[in-house]
Design a protein. Structure first.
Length: 252
């Protein structure tokens, strides 16, 4: 989902930073970044006040490959972030990412890619963000998990981040011919109302191939990729509606 939104932002000419908090660093790989001399985000989190983010971001190969003349930078992921992915982070640790990102003015949009858990890294990202995007597949366990996450966000807002708001819920990997998916989408509409965003993102057979090739979906050949690109364009527009000033909008 993060790479699809990043592709849409690049196509729209929105200067964007992707912060790869997932210890697996899949977003870094999909964005075509090879770790070099720059500090990865894990090591910047270790000494956030001394971190020089702008000196350590890496440009996505999507730009250098001619996909766009825009800006798409990456705070490189690494396994080192895993030391913070525990449930007992205190306030000081939760502010580490906020400190690293403080003063960043080169981007209109910051996308923070999180691991699929509600442990420390995700909560650190919530603390640094304006809005949270949840991604759910239309299945029983995913829908139930999304409801629990919404409750967790509400509790986190009350204690740590009063300005944090849910941006919405994206239904992903939707199969139009599945009766189960149709039922669960109706259930999600009943449970979450306007927070369930449109369009929904259908299951795409070649998505892993696109990511494995470190390629933007907007510049992958074929009608399937073109249709997916249009959906991500519409989804990004929906997410950015009504946010006021475009200066450094942070989505997680």
């Amino acid at each position: 989902m993060t790479t699809g939104l990043a592709s849409a932002a690049l196509a729209a000419g929105i200067p964007t930073l992707v912060v790869d908090l997932d210890p697996h660093a899949d977003a870094t790989t999909a964005l075509g970044v090879q770790p070099g001399s720059q500090q990865d985000i894990g090591r910047m989190l270790k000494s956030p006040r001394r971190a020089r983010l702008q000196d350590n971001v890496a440009g996505s190969s999507w730009v250098s490959n001619g996909s766009s003349n825009g800006t798409l930078d990456v705070a490189v992921g690494s396994a080192f972030t895993g030391i913070y992915d525990r449930p007992d982070l205190g306030r000081r640790d939760l502010r580490r990412l906020s400190t690293v990102l403080a003063g960043t003015t080169n981007y209109e949009l910051v996308l923070v890619d999180c691991p699929p858990s509600l442990n420390g890294l995700t909560r650190m990202a919530w603390s640094a963000s304006d809005r949270v995007v949840l991604v759910a597949e239309p299945g029983l366990f995913s829908v139930a998990g999304t409801e629990r996450t919404m409750r967790a966000i509400q509790l986190f807002r009350q204690e740590f981040a009063p300005n944090l708001a849910p941006a919405g819920i994206v239904a992903n990997r939707v199969r139009s011919g599945s009766a189960e998916h149709t039922f669960r989408l109706a259930e999600m509409e009943s449970m979450f109302g306007e927070l369930l965003l449109t369009p929904h993102i259908p299951e795409q057979a070649n998505w892993q191939q696109i990511q494995g090739a470190a390629h933007s979906v907007h510049h992958w050949p074929g009608d399937s990729a073109k249709n997916a690109a249009k959906l991500f364009d519409a989804l990004l527009e929906s997410l950015l509606e009504g946010q006021g000033s475009p200066r450094e909008r942070r989505q997680v």
